[in-house]
Structures are given as structure tokens and as C-alpha cells.
Design a protein around this ligand. Structure first.
Ligand SMILES: [Ca+2]
Ligand SMILES: [Ca+2]
Ligand SMILES: [Ca+2]
Length: 426
């Protein structure tokens, strides 16, 4: 059976990764982008050893592989491979909206738990298994997610895949660098109060709420939550970056403690992925190169200045220093309140304390500043893919980003155009 140990003991929530494919959404959001691609897209980053290169190449095969039920797929799943969501424009990328999945968290912010019977807040669309609300199947029969559950509020949101090019470099950025940009109480009074998230006591870097500390965790979690593939810890997820474990009372980010094996009841012996394959899959994700930026002309250079002038760089910090050199991802890896229109009420992790946040223990209205490298290649945008274009994504910024949005709207059309050209060159 699915692991329940500690589920209700844990005071904050379980982060989840995937959910249903979009309810009857069809492919309307599929905005295939024909912008020319950097030649290194989907390739390994520079400076790898021969052994790392070989692991990357083997891992790519695991990333592309469609799992069958006889190989452990399910009992419940959203997808049969990593590539099915991370596909646009090449493996490692994002996906059209029809691949969106649902996240459902029951309970008040800060005390949320998944639908009973599911290993995480990710709601899987397919397969057979114990599930208090419904048994889903490939014919698409699906019980609606309720608004309340035995009187408790239910927060439901969608997720659209984010690209993973270059994300392994976030592991090279020290906690100190990330923390140095946090301003949880807005001490400098600029209306922007980035705070860091934590994952079992370690600093979060990955996921749209910065809810996960390391790539191993963000490989084993989608394996179980999206595909129903069980695994054993590779090195102990924790150790990879800087996990300082304070014990089991902290928020669980995955379907189980990251240092424990995942298990299920589909009749296929666990773990369903070998240590070799898991290590290779982690290597592929960890070593994917960041997108190469294009050559800047005068318009892009001007757009870059405007991007700074209107305050985008307050959150989309152009570069963070990592142990292997600068990481030019245009993010601070911190959480920001993006206003009621983007708020999803789903809280992951235990965010840094803030005296000005209305619900300091919750990240329900906050998101990690999404990296902007390669952004023109991976529409649609925002955590649920609701924006088809870069300009729509900017216009939907609210909350702490409202001043930057207003400043963008007040720019002359040519200045707005240059800013977009700059984004398209990243
Ligand atoms: Ca399985
Ligand atoms: Ca501030
Ligand atoms: Ca199994």
C-alpha cells in the first residue's frame, strides 16, 4: 500500500508534482514556437568528465522511455515518460497546455494534505488503484474534484511543465548567495519581499514554489507522482546539496521521506527503477546545458536596459554566482507574492518567516521567480500555462510585481518591443 507513515503528523504540506491531464482542455494552448533554437539545446553542459557524459547519454534514454504497466507504470499515473511533459521544443523542455495536471491540497494553508489514497497532492489521471474519490481510467471517466472535503477547504490548481535546461546549475548556487537576496519583511521598502523556501530544513531551489532542494528529489518525486515508478534513494536525496535534516516533523516535499524508498501495490516488485537507471536519469537532468543566448543587437541591448529600469531585475536577477561560475538564469530563486489573480492557495515547503505576509507559514500566494533563460522557446507561460505570450505573462504579474507591470505598461510601444526582443534573445 502507499506509504502513510507520518502523513498526518507532518504539520505542513506535502508538495506534489503532477496531476490530471487537463480536463477536456484539448490542445488549444499548444503554441509551438518556431523561434530558431540554440544549437546546444538538449545537450550536456560543458566541462563534464567522460563518465558524466556517458551517464548523461544513458540517462537521456531513461528520460525518453515510455514505461509499461509490466515495468511498474502506475497503479495511478499522468504520463508514461518524463519526456511526455518535458518535450517542447526538444526533450528537457516544457509542454503544451493539454499536458497540464492538477494539484489538490485539502485543509487550511500551512496544514494541507493530499486526497486520501494518493501518495502526494499530485492528482494522477489514469490507472487503477485505491483512491477515495474516484477510479480513473483511460476512457476518461473522472470524478470532479470537490470544493470541500468533510468540511475542510480544498485548493485545486493546475501546473504546466517548466523547462529543465540548465536547472542542475541551481545546485551549484550556495545557500548564502540565495539568502543574501531575501528581504522577507521588505526592509528596504521597495514593495518586494522575496523569501526563501525550505525543503526538510534545506534551502529550496526547484519547482514553481522552490519547494525542493535537489535534483535527486525532483527526479524521484515525478517518477512516483507522475508515472507511478518506485525507486530507492540514490545517494540519499538529502545529501546532494546542503540538506540539514532537523527530523521528520518538517514539511515533506515528496510522496515520502526523500531518504526512504518509494513503494506501491501494483504487483511489480519495488523498486521499479534500478540504481543504474536512476543515477543516469539524475545525471541527464543535472547536466542538461542552459540555453545559449543569442547575439545582442542594439534593440536587445536597449531592451536589457529597460528590463532593469522598470524593475524586472529586482526578482529576475540576471546572474547568481555558483561554484562552477555565474548562473545567468534571471531568477533569485526566491518566493514572491504575485497577487490574487495568480495565487493558487496550494502551499509547499516551509517558507522563511515574514512579519508582513498575511499567512507567513504558507506559500499559497507565492511563486519562485521563474528563470528566463531560453524563455521564448517554452510557451505557454506561468505556473499553469495561462499566458500564451511573453507580454501576456508580464501583464498577469501582480502583487509584489505590480509596480514593474505598471512601469512596463507605461513604456512606449517601441520600448516594450525592445524589452520583448531582449527576452527572446535569452
Ligand atoms: Ca508502480
Ligand atoms: Ca524589498
Ligand atoms: Ca510496485
Amino acid at each position: 500500500m502507499m506509504t502513510w507513515r507520518g502523513r498526518f503528523l507532518c504539520l505542513a504540506l506535502l508538495a506534489g508534482w503532477a496531476g490530471l491531464t487537463s480536463c477536456g482542455g484539448g490542445g488549444d494552448g499548444s503554441t509551438t514556437n518556431f523561434v530558431s533554437q540554440p544549437s546546444n539545446l538538449g545537450q550536456p553542459r560543458a566541462g563534464l568528465s567522460q563518465a558524466e557524459m556517458e551517464a548523461f547519454e544513458r540517462g537521456k534514454i531513461v528520460f525518453m522511455k515510455d514505461f509499461k504497466p509490466s515495468e511498474g507504470l502506475g497503479p495511478l499515473y499522468n504520463s508514461t515518460s518524463c519526456r511526455s511533459c518535458h518535450s517542447t521544443p526538444v526533450p528537457g523542455g516544457s509542454s503544451p497546455r493539454y499536458r497540464n495536471f492538477y494539484i489538490t491540497a485539502i485543509g487550511p494553508p500551512g496544514l494541507q494534505f493530499p486526497i486520501p489514497g494518493l501518495p502526494s497532492v499530485v492528482v494522477p489521471a489514469y490507472g487503477q488503484g485505491p483512491h477515495l474519490l474516484a477510479t480513473f481510467n483511460l476512457q476518461g471517466r473522472r470524478t470532479a474534484i470537490p470544493d470541500t472535503f468533510f468540511g475542510a477547504p480544498v485548493a485545486t490548481t493546475q501546473r504546466n511543465a517548466i523547462p529543465i535546461f540548465g536547472v542542475g546549475l541551481f545546485e551549484t548556487i550556495s545557500d548564502a548567495v540565495i539568502m543574501s537576496n531575501a528581504d522577507p519583511n521588505d526592509a528596504d521598502g521597495d514593495g518586494i519581499s522575496g523569501r526563501y523556501n525550505t525543503d526538510q530544513g534545506a534551502l529550496g531551489r526547484f519547482g514553481v514554489k522552490a519547494q525542493a532542494n535537489n535534483i535527486e528529489l525532483f527526479t524521484r518525486a515525478p517518477l512516483q507522482n507522475q508515472m507511478g515508478i518506485t525507486s530507492n534513494p540514490f545517494q540519499g536525496s538529502a545529501g546532494t546539496v546542503s540538506l540539514r535534516r532537523y527530523g521528520h516533523f518538517n514539511a515533506l516535499q515528496a510522496s515520502t521521506d526523500p531518504n526512504d524508498p518509494t513503494t506501491d501495490n501494483d504487483g511489480v516488485p519495488d523498486p521499479e527503477m534500478s540504481t543504474q537507471d536512476l543515477g543516469d536519469l539524475i545525471a541527464f537532468t543535472r547536466f542538461l546545458a542552459p540555453p545559449q543566448r543569442k547575439a545582442f543587437g542594439p534593440a536587445e541591448t536597449h531592451g536589457e536596459q529597460i528590463f532593469d529600469q522598470v524593475g524586472c531585475t529586482k526578482c529576475h536577477i540576471p546572474s547568481l554566482m555558483g561554484s562552477e561560475g555565474p548562473v545567468e538564469a534571471y531568477t533569485d530563486l526566491l518566493l514572491h507574492d504575485m497577487g490574487p489573480a495568480l495565487s493558487d492557495g496550494v502551499s509547499f515547503g516551509v517558507p522563511q518567516l515574514s512579519t508582513i505576509d498575511p499567512v507567513p507559514e504558507s506559500s499559497g500566494d507565492e511563486f519562485r521567480t521563474q528563470p528566463l533563460w531560453g524563455v521564448s522557446l517554452t510557451a505557454p507561460y506561468l505556473h499553469d500555462g495561462q499566458a500564451d505570450t511573453l507580454v501576456e505573462a508580464i501583464i498577469l504579474h501582480g502583487g509584489e510585481a505590480d509596480a514593474a507591470r505598471q512601469a512596463f505598461l507605461q513604456l512606449s510601444p517601441p520600448d516594450q518591443g525592445d524589452l520583448v526582443l531582449f527576452l527572446e534573445a535569452l
